[in-house]
Design a binder for this molecule. Structure first.
Ligand code: BG6
Length: 464
């Protein structure tokens, strides 16, 4: 049944934050495109009626744009609601009745990961997993051991092709473009290796803080929240070998290989920070040592990347919001034109958000007398990126169709945990305090001294 579309979506956590922020808007967008053709059953333990649930869906959509009345009516006509406790069988008996007309359900667990195992078991006991797919949200486990245990639990009831692990970064248009731009052109391949690449920098900077999610963040911290998943997935797309085709397994095989070849981290390759004021956030311990910033230096032990440092940094309350990849190329030998400042060089830059751009940094002759250089960027900037299909709409659609390309496979998830495990296991490293609105702790500069500092374009609008 793997590639037959699912014919009903059941989502747990239907009255929760993720549903409000992402799932209803995605379902509404699908309805608008005429793609919502199946029932949607919300499951929650809020004691609500179906009418309250539909009203909640409307509020969510209104909070994220203008509801389209025809699309909303189409969505509302598909909505069903089951109320009950996830820890007990009766809710699942009710669900089994509610989904009786659904032959191939897709169960979306938008609930805390601690609940995945118990919900899956109850689904199996109630006979709701026949021909089913299961969609799970990150974080998938808390470390390598718990991720393995969770995989083992899910595999008791489901085969790997039935499991869809969401990493919404993989659903982003700009992240897919990384893969596309690399392998749809012959341009980069000759340069994309240790002979020409000096270093790679990946930045996920956010100017906002934990936005009321202090309790969640205390459990996660920056490494579990965005590095183990979003940024390592980006790294794998950047560094992978060419897949033999665009099918899910070919691509995911190559991604997994990269992650397996990342060398375990050494403490000197890490700087952790915490923004001043984090400890005053609701839900945060007054003496919390949870990092809100991390900068890492990684090495990939492969023929292609031997000796090329990959720097990854992410943080909250930084100077700007920007997600960006910069691949710096080696300098041209200063033989013909030796008057070019060493900080000016060639690079390839992928701006992944909030705006979307691909830029190639080059040096041209400065007009006037003499032969000195000035930097320019040849770039493609997407002005209409805001109208892109949302990552959640794309991922939900793909999961319903059984296309796993944009979902994290078990081996990649485990390999990514193996990279960060030595960091999260440490309780002896106190993060360095940094000022909100800065670029994080100054110590993070130490990591990049050898390459002349972090690239400066993160946070600066791409040149046009
Ligand atoms: C989420 C994290 O997975 O990704 C958030 O939990 C983070 O803390 C977010 O802000 C970043 O995603 P995006 O799409 O806004 O860059």
């Amino acid at each position: 049944m793997t590639r037959q579309p699912s014919d009903g979506l059941i989502f747990f956590g239907a009255t929760g934050d993720l549903a409000f922020k992402k799932i209803f808007p995605a379902l509404h967008a699908m309805a608008k495109r005429g793609r919502l053709t199946w029932p949607v059953v919300g499951v929650a333990r809020s004691g609500w009626t179906r009418d309250q649930f539909v009203e909640h869906a409307r509020k969510s959509i209104a909070a994220h744009g203008q509801p389209d009345e025809t699309a909303f009516a189409a969505l509302a006509s598909k909505l069903r609601y089951v109320d009950g406790d996830y820890n007990a069988a009766p809710a699942f008996e009710k669900l089994a009745k509610e989904q009786a007309d659904i032959q191939r359900p897709a169960h979306y667990l938008a609930i805390p990961p601690a609940m995945f195992a118990v919900v899956t078991k109850h689904l199996a006991d109630a006979g709701c997993l026949r021909n089913a797919r299961i969609i799970v949200e990150k974080p998938f486990g808390r470390d390598l051991q718990s991720a393995r245990a969770l995989n083992a639990t899910l595999h008791q009831y489901l085969g790997e092709p039935q499991i869809f692990r969401i990493d919404h970064y993989l659903g982003k248009e700009a992240v897919q473009n990384l893969l596309f731009f690399r392998f749809a052109n012959a341009l980069l391949e000759p340069l994309w290796n240790r002979h020409y690449v000096e270093n790679v920098q990946i930045t996920l900077a956010e100017s906002f803080g934990v936005q009321g999610r202090g309790k969640f963040y205390e459990e996660a911290g920056v490494i579990r929240d965005v590095i183990q998943n979003h940024l390592l997935q980006v790294l794998s797309l950047l560094a992978m070998e060419a897949p033999t085709s665009a099918d899910a397994e070919s691509i995911r095989d190559e991604q997994a290989k990269v992650l397996r070849n990342v060398r375990p981290l050494n403490p000197d390759d890490l700087v952790l920070g915490q923004f001043r004021g984090y400890r005053d956030e609701a839900g945060v311990a007054r003496d919390s040592i949870v990092p809100t910033y991390a900068a890492l230096r990684l090495h990939i032990d492969s023929w292609r990347w031997e000796g090329v440092p990959f720097y990854v940094r992410a943080g909250k309350k930084l100077k700007a919001s920007a997600t960006e990849v910069q691949v710096e190329l080696k300098q041209a030998p200063p033989v013909v034109f030796d008057d070019t400042p060493p900080e000016i060089g060639n690079y390839v830059r992928f701006r992944l958000g909030p705006d979307v751009a691909i830029g190639i940094g080059a040096v041209i002759k400065k007009p006037g007398e003499g032969l000195s250089g000035q930097p320019v960027e040849l770039s493609v900037v997407r002005q209409d990126a805001a109208s892109d299909m949302s990552a959640y709409e794309r991922l939900l659609g793909d999961a319903m169709h059984g296309d796993a390309t944009l979902f994290a496979r078990q081996d990649s998830v485990e390999a990514a945990w193996a990279i960060v495990d030595p960091l999260i296991a440490r309780t002896d490293v106190t993060p360095i305090e940094y000022a909100p609105g800065s670029w994080g702790p100054e110590e993070a500069e130490r990591l990049v001294e050898e390459i002349g500092g972090w690239n400066l374009s993160a946070g600066v609008p791409p040149s046009t």
